[in-house]
Design a protein around this ligand. Structure first.
Ligand code: C2E
Ligand code: CA
Ligand code: CA
Ligand code: CA
Length: 279
C-alpha cells in the first residue's frame, strides 16, 4: 500500500508539474508579449436593426504567439486576471484602439460608440480611476463615445471599486453595458446596483432562438424588461438571417455577430466601412 501511495504521489506530481510549467511558460510569454507590444486588437461592428446603420464597435484583444499561433482570449485573459496583468492589457487595448480609430477617422464619424471589455481587477486599485482617465485623455472631453462592457461576475466581485470608478467616469459621459446578460445569478440585481445604460443578451440565448420556444420567450422577456427600464439592448452572436428576423420582430434594437461582420483588424475595418458607405 505504501509503494502504491508513493507511486500515486509520483504520478500526481509529474502531471501537476507538467501542468504548472505549461501555464508558467504561457504566463512568461504573455508578459513578454505585453512588454514588446506583441498583442493586438480587433474590432467587431454593431448595427441598428431599424436602419442597418453602424451603432458601435467592440474592441477585442488578440495574442499571436510566435510558436503556438493564436491564443484565444478565453485562455489568456483569465491567465492575466489571475496574475495581475489584466490592468496592463486593458491599458494597451484602450490606448491602441483609440489611437487607431482616431488616426483612421472612424470614431464619431462612422462609429458613435466604442466598447471595451473590462475586468474586476480594473477597478481594484487606488489608481484605477486615474488609469481610465489617462487612457481616454486623447478623446474630446465628453466621453459618451466610450462604453465599458462588464459582466455581472466582475461587477459583483468588486462592487465598491466598480461603483467608485464608474461614478467618476459616468459624470464624464462614459456608458456602461452589462455583458453576457442573463447568464449569471443576479443579472437583475446588478441593474439596480450600477449606472447601466445597455444590456448585451448573451449569445447562448440567441443561438436557439428560432428552435427553442423557451429561449425565444426568455429573449422577449429580457427585451420587455429592458424597455421598461429604458435600457438599450444589443443581441450578440447573431449568425443567421432567421435569428435577425426574429430579433427585429421582437423589438431588439441592435445586433452584433458573424452574420454582419466578424472581428477584424483596423485595415479590414476601414475597408468594411468604406464598402458600406459606397454601396
Ligand atoms: P465577449 O465579451 O462576450 O465577446 C464576444 C465573443 O464572441 C468574442 O470572442 C467574439 O469574437 C465572439 N463572437 C462575435 N460574434 C459571434 C458570433 O456570431 N458567433 C459566435 N460563436 N461568436 C461570436 P473572443 O474575441 O474570442 O473573446 C472572448 C472573450 O474574451 C470575450 O467575450 C471577453 O470576455 C474576453 N475578452 C476579449 N478581449 C478582451 C479584453 O480586451 N479585455 C477583457 N477583459 N476581456 C476580453
Ligand atoms: Ca463583450
Ligand atoms: Ca458577451
Ligand atoms: Ca462571453
Amino acid at each position: 500500500a505504501k509503494a502504491q501511495g508513493a507511486n500515486r504521489l509520483r504520478v500526481y506530481k509529474s502531471e501537476y508539474g507538467e501542468h504548472v510549467s505549461k501555464r508558467t511558460k504561457l504566463l512568461f510569454d504573455l508578459k513578454a508579449a505585453l512588454h514588446n507590444q506583441r498583442l493586438s486588437v480587433v474590432y467587431q461592428p454593431q448595427f441598428r436593426l431599424s436602419d442597418h446603420q453602424l451603432s458601435g464597435v467592440e474592441v477585442l484583444a488578440r495574442w499571436h504567439h510566435p510558436e503556438e499561433g493564436m491564443i484565444p482570449p478565453d485562455v489568456f485573459i483569465p491567465l492575466a486576471e489571475q496574475h495581475g496583468l489584466i490592468c496592463d492589457i486593458t491599458d494597451f487595448v484602450m490606448q491602441t484602439a483609440i489611437d487607431e480609430l482616431l488616426a483612421a477617422d472612424l470614431l464619431y464619424t462612422h462609429f458613435p460608440r466604442v466598447s471595451f471589455n473590462v475586468s474586476a481587477e480594473d477597478f481594484n486599485h487606488s489608481q484605477s480611476t486615474q488609469r481610465f482617465l489617462h487612457n481616454f485623455a486623447k478623446l474630446p472631453s465628453h466621453w459618451s463615445v466610450v462604453e465599458l462592457e462588464l459582466t455581472e461576475t466582475s461587477a459583483l466581485l468588486n462592487l465598491e471599486g466598480v461603483k467608485n470608478v464608474l461614478s467618476v467616469l459616468h459624470q464624464r459621459g462614459v456608458q456602461v453595458s452589462l455583458d453576457d446578460f442573463g447568464t449569471g445569478y443576479s443579472s437583475i440585481n446588478t441593474l439596480r446596483l450600477l449606472p447601466i445604460q445597455e444590456v448585451k443578451i448573451d449569445q447562448s440565448f440567441i443561438q436557439d432562438i428560432t428552435q427553442s420556444a423557451q429561449d425565444a420567450r426568455l429573449v422577449k422577456t429580457i427585451l420587455a424588461m429592458a424597455k421598461a427600464l429604458n435600457l438599450r439592448v444589443v443581441a450578440e452572436g447573431v449568425e443567421t438571417p432567421q435569428q435577425a428576423h426574429y430579433l427585429k420582430r421582437a423589438g431588439c434594437e441592435e445586433v452584433q455577430g458573424y452574420l454582419y461582420a466578424r472581428p477584424m483588424p483596423l485595415s479590414a475595418l476601414v475597408t468594411f466601412v468604406s464598402n458600406l458607405t459606397s454601396s
